[in-house]
Design a binder for this molecule. Structure first.
Ligand SMILES: C[S@@+](CC[C@H](N)C(=O)[O-])C[C@H]1O[C@@H](n2cnc3c(N)ncnc32)[C@H](O)[C@@H]1O
Length: 221
């Protein structure tokens, strides 16, 4: 296990990243075991920029989908959210619970399995009700998953729900965005400056990130 500390504005957030977590069916490594750059980008943006969108975390009910290690959701709690629900696939839940404890927010943050596309999803999501804010980071990598993600978003959002999704801009990001638009979401984009660069094939790559703001075009009432 690796323990990392993230400086988000004036807050220090402790995240445990788990090793050797694999999907028991596919044998693939569970990508939510570590913190993706998009999670850090979203957490920082929430702490510094979201007042531009007139959002106050106090008294808010927040959910993070595909939370992985939970950095944005934990940031929401530290910014004053009333209740935060961190969700992901079952093998990642112990790590999320550890991160809730490590940051002393167990009184306001819960952890729960929520798998988009599963048979139980509609009833599980209906039980949750609507949230004031839905957070997602680095979930736009497979456009075939987007109809499942859209189904969850439609169940847990209301007319005033804010939906913020951070993503690195990769060739397939636009395919995911296009699919979400096809699923009935209006999407606007706030590009974000992320000043961490890395060497790849002797070229300096400066990754670009955006925060996407989603809302349902028409609501089926
Ligand atoms: C690239 S990781 C990003 C993790 C975290 N949000 C971050 O940015 O550090 C994608 C996450 O989505 C979750 N995920 C993928 N498909 C999912 C599904 N169908 N239902 C629930 N979670 C899913 C994975 O388990 C993983 O935690």
């Amino acid at each position: 296990m690796v323990v990392k500390e993230f400086q988000i504005s004036d807050r220090n957030i402790v995240i445990h990243e788990l090793d050797d977590l694999y999907d028991s069916t596919t044998g693939r490594v569970l990508t939510g075991s570590w913190v993706w750059n998009s999670a850090f980008v979203l957490a920082k943006w929430m702490a510094t920029q979201c007042n531009l969108f007139d959002f106050d975390f106090r008294q808010k009910n927040v959910i993070e989908l595909g939370a992985g290690t939970g950095l944005p959701g934990l940031t929401a709690a530290l910014l004053g959210a009333n209740r935060v629900l961190l969700t992901d696939v079952e093998p990642l839940l112990p790590g999320l619970l550890e991160n809730v404890d490590a940051n002393g927010v167990g009184d306001r943050v819960e952890v729960r399995e929520l798998v988009w596309g599963s048979n139980d999803l509609p009833s599980q999501a209906n039980e949750l009700g609507e949230f004031d804010l839905i957070l997602m980071s680095d979930l736009f990598y497979n456009s075939e998953e987007m109809p499942h993600l859209a189904q969850v978003l439609k169940i847990i959002s209301g007319t005033d729900t804010k939906i913020w999704a951070a993503s690195e801009i990769r060739p397939w990001t636009i395919e995911c965005i296009t699919e979400l638009i096809n699923q009935g979401f209006k999407i606007t984009e706030s590009p974000v400056q992320h000043d961490e660069s890395h060497e790849e094939d002797n070229h300096k790559i400066l990754d670009s990130f955006s925060i996407f703001h989603l809302r349902q075009e028409e609501r089926n009432l």
